[in-house]
Design a protein around this ligand. Structure first.
Ligand code: GLU
Length: 419
């Protein structure tokens, strides 16, 4: 199959473990192994120097049994059909784990957005939107930000889609600026959700408390890693080390997160932050810490990295940070509390759902309402996954996947196979 890449096979293997744990109907399993539909588009863009370049874009619906498909759009050089399809599958189960009436989708363009000007990015985004315009919509498929895209990208998508339809359609994307129907709290939602699940994990772990002196290391300092760092340091935690695309910084006494954020904003990265030593990703992952949050690229924890981890909690802010080999090592070690991606980073899509609900009902909520509803959703999802882990006698990742798979499977069975 065209999407059958190592990346796709990784998600398949996690699905397989969940299917096994649940004794899933083989017909349902077979259907979940493939995306429902996919679009591959060419995106020609006039560059600032007058030349024209072609970029390849994708949008994949993995499953829309429970509702419109939902998932981000990624701009990154690693984007290919297999990666997008794999991430779309994770979205299906992520939405189900937190109980959203949505399916799973993902999109992406193979491009390095850091090498493009703002005008080039705008033309790229608008042309991509035009190419997928009949594939997305508030009742069918609702994109959102992911790696390399942000609220500005979502505004351009909303504007292009609305211009083509002839009227404003805020509900076509989430993660928009508040001025065009975005939700309060959406930008911080993923990082906030990561912190909430860590707090829940701490409650069920013997001899583990979050507070003064709890140490944290974080890979990635964007929307997810940066916000998680802020939230955890507010709880008293000491953030020892952080890495991003530009480099890494380490201070055994704890980094000043506010200062680091200001520095990263000014210098477009954390590299060179004073009062800290440089650190590589590999060193960061082997650092002794209470909590490690991978919040950047996928596939960073293979078997070697998993063996070297010295954390008590692994909270996956990123999508797919563990390879199946890395996951196997973690299961064998059994001394690290794993908060898998489909649970730990589900706060983002949860507030995306709130944003969509607000847009289609044209009635907006307060930040307080949003954050407290997010907290309720994340807490409930953790408790359900934790309970299922005891019932199925399995690891946390398999339990989280099984929780999502079971809900999708129940919906598929209730709807039946057409015709
Ligand atoms: N890209 C985010 C994720 O992977 C958010 C998706 C969304 O909000 O639809 O969960």
């Amino acid at each position: 199959m065209e999407w059958d890449t190592p990346h796709y096979r990784a998600s398949l293997s996690f699905l397989e473990r969940a299917a096994h744990a649940l004794d899933l109907d083989p017909n349902v399993h077979m259907r979940l192994q493939r995306p429902e539909r996919a679009l591959i588009v060419n995106v020609p863009v006039r560059m600032d120097d007058g030349s024209v370049r072609n970029f390849t874009g994708y949008r994949v619906h993995h499953n829309d049994t429970r509702g419109p498909a939902k998932g981000g759009i990624r701009y990154h050089m690693d984007v290919d059909f297999g990666e997008v399809a794999s991430l779309a599958m994770l979205m299906t189960f992520k939405c189900a784990v937190v109980g959203l009436p949505l399916g799973g989708a993902k999109g992406g363009i193979r491009v390095d957005p850091r090498t493009m000007s703002r005008n080039e990015l705008q033309r790229l985004t608008r042309r991509y939107t035009t190419e997928i315009v009949n594939f997305i919509g508030p009742q069918t498929d609702i994109p959102a930000p992911d790696m390399g895209t942000d609220e500005q990208t979502m505004s351009w998508i909303m504007d292009t889609y609305s211009a083509i339809k002839g009227y404003a359609v805020p509900g076509v994307v989430t993660g928009k600026p508040v001025s065009v129907g975005g939700s309060l709290g959406r930008a911080e939602a993923t990082g906030r959700g990561v912190a909430y699940t860590i707090m829940e994990a701490a409650k069920v772990m013997p001899d583990f408390e979050i507070g003064e002196g709890t140490t944290v290391t974080i890979q990635g300092f964007g929307n997810v890693g940066g916000v998680a760092a802020k939230k955890l340091s507010k709880l008293g935690c000491k953030v020892l080390a952080v890495t991003d695309v530009t480099g890494g910084v380490h201070n055994p006494k704890g980094l000043d997160i506010k200062a680091l954020m200001a520095y990263a904003k000014e210098h477009r990265g954390i590299k060179g932050f004073p009062e800290a030593d440089a650190i590589t990703n590999e060193e960061l992952m082997a650092l002794k810490t209470d909590i490690f949050v991978p919040a950047a690229l996928g596939g960073v924890i293979g078997s070697k990295e998993a063996q070297n981890l010295k954390c008590k909690i692994l909270a996956e802010g990123a999508n797919g940070p563990c390879t199946p080999d890395g996951d196997k090592v973690l299961r064998e070690r059994d001394d690290i509390f794993v908060l898998p991606d489909v649970l730990a980073n589900a706060g983002g899509v949860t507030v995306s759902y709130f944003e969509w609900v607000q847009d289609i009902s044209a009635f907006f909520w307060t930040a307080k309402e949003i954050n407290s509803r997010l907290h309720t959703v994340m807490k409930k999802a953790f408790e359900e996954v934790w309970k299922l882990k005891q019932t199925l006698k399995c690891d946390m990742r398999t339990a989280a996947m099984a929780c999502g798979v079971k809900r999708v499977s129940d919906a598929m069975k209730a709807r039946g196979l057409f015709p």
